[in-house]
Design a protein. Structure first.
Length: 371
């Protein structure tokens, strides 16, 4: 019951730390950046489709009035592009306003553009109604108002959905990270207690290493940290386990240079090392070697943890692979398909391999191609 309550409170705290609901004043505008090439392309295509529909509706005898379509297309594209340019130039200022005020200003920009170009072009597009220019202008303004409000509503709903998805992912990542509880807690405390009387300095170092490990497991602010920090955490963990296992534990580090700043989710490699000790070294009376390797190949970075497999009669427990599933979920959420976690065993050697996309901490690119 206590464990269930603790897990529930972890999820609640994670949701409280997640991103808030979308507000324009938060520095993120619900209207996409219309300065981008893709946005301009979508505007042009949408404008052409709208002009085509209106030209088909306007035609009396034929399927489409091509002369009308050409003039209307020119009018629509000119209005769309100039309105987009105005919104793009004012985007930073609009982002500091409230949602209703920013929406009203955007609508006024579009209507002003439509009014100006309608007065200029109505006589050319609708020569038969040149004696009633304001009727055509009013129709253009009404149609533009309705279309603009529908498009802005779509942008706002899409923005809310994206913010909700990101908030849920952040809460999920935080909960997954916070659920990592090292198996060696009680063994470590017993080891430290036995060292206090015979080697207090070493016991103090072990306490510091243990506190650093739990500080890392409770830290939920950082999605990605440098690989050097994760390796340092592994060394602290192994230093504690070496106090308990002694000569039964041997280490083989094979870390390629230049990978210190490789981005990795916190507490990703350390649980793999912990599993290697718990399931590979501890059940074997003779112990064994844990090999930790990191190298880069092309645009990917590979991390590998190897340990000997105990025989059937030496195994005291079966792993449920919760740590592997946890890490796999976090990698997929942060990196997407480029990140892979797999395990294999050959010649009584168990190997876990992790593949990450080459990315330095602080790099703002999104490896998963999301959001």
């Amino acid at each position: 019951m206590n464990e269930t309550r603790r897990d529930y409170s972890i999820v609640q705290q994670a949701r409280e730390r997640a991103l808030p609901l979308p507000r324009v004043g938060d520095g993120d505008f619900y209207i996409p950046d219309l300065c981008r090439v893709r946005s301009v392309f979508m505007l042009v295509v949408t404008g052409e489709l709208l002009s085509l529909v209106l030209a088909v509706v306007q035609a009396d005898e034929r399927w489409i009035e091509w002369n009308y379509f050409g003039l209307l297309s020119l009018f629509v594209q000119w209005t769309l592009l100039t309105s987009a340019a105005g919104i793009c130039l004012l985007r930073r200022w609009l982002a500091r306003q409230t949602v209703p005020l920013a929406t009203a200003i955007v609508v006024l920009i579009v209507l002003f553009d439509v009014l100006v170009f309608s007065l200029f072009a109505d006589g050319i597009i609708n020569p038969a109604q040149s004696d009633r220019p304001w009727q055509g202008v009013a129709k253009n303004l009404l149609l533009s108002l309705l279309i603009t409000l529908m498009v802005l509503r779509y942008f706002y709903l899409q923005f809310q959905w994206q913010q909700q998805q990101e908030a849920e992912m952040q809460a999920r990542l935080t909960a997954l990270q916070a659920r990592i509880h090292p198996h060696f807690l009680f063994n470590s405390m017993n080891t430290i207690a036995s060292l206090i009387s015979v080697n207090p300095e070493r016991a103090e170092d072990a306490v510091l290493d243990l506190s650093e490990l739990f500080r890392a497991s409770l830290r939920a602010d950082d999605r990605l940290i440098p690989l050097a920090s994760e390796l340092d955490l592994c060394r602290r963990y192994l230093a504690i386990e070496q106090l308990r296992l002694g000569d039964r534990l041997s280490l083989d580090w094979q870390i390629e240079e230049g990978l210190d700043q490789q981005a990795i989710p916190p507490l990703t490699l350390q649980p793999l090392v912990e599993n290697a000790i718990y399931h590979g070294i501890q059940p074997r009376p003779e112990g064994g070697i844990v090999r930790i390797e990191a190298y880069r190949k092309g645009e990917s970075v590979y991390l590998m943890v190897q340990n000997p497999r105990p025989t059937e009669d030496q195994r005291t427990h079966q792993g449920n692979r919760m740590a592997l599933a946890n890490i796999q979920s976090r990698l997929q959420a942060l990196f997407g398909e480029p990140a892979i976690l797999k395990h294999s065993h050959q010649n009584d050697i168990y190997t876990v391999t992790m593949r990450l996309p080459w990315q330095k901490t602080g790099d703002r690119r999104n490896p998963a191609g999301k959001r």
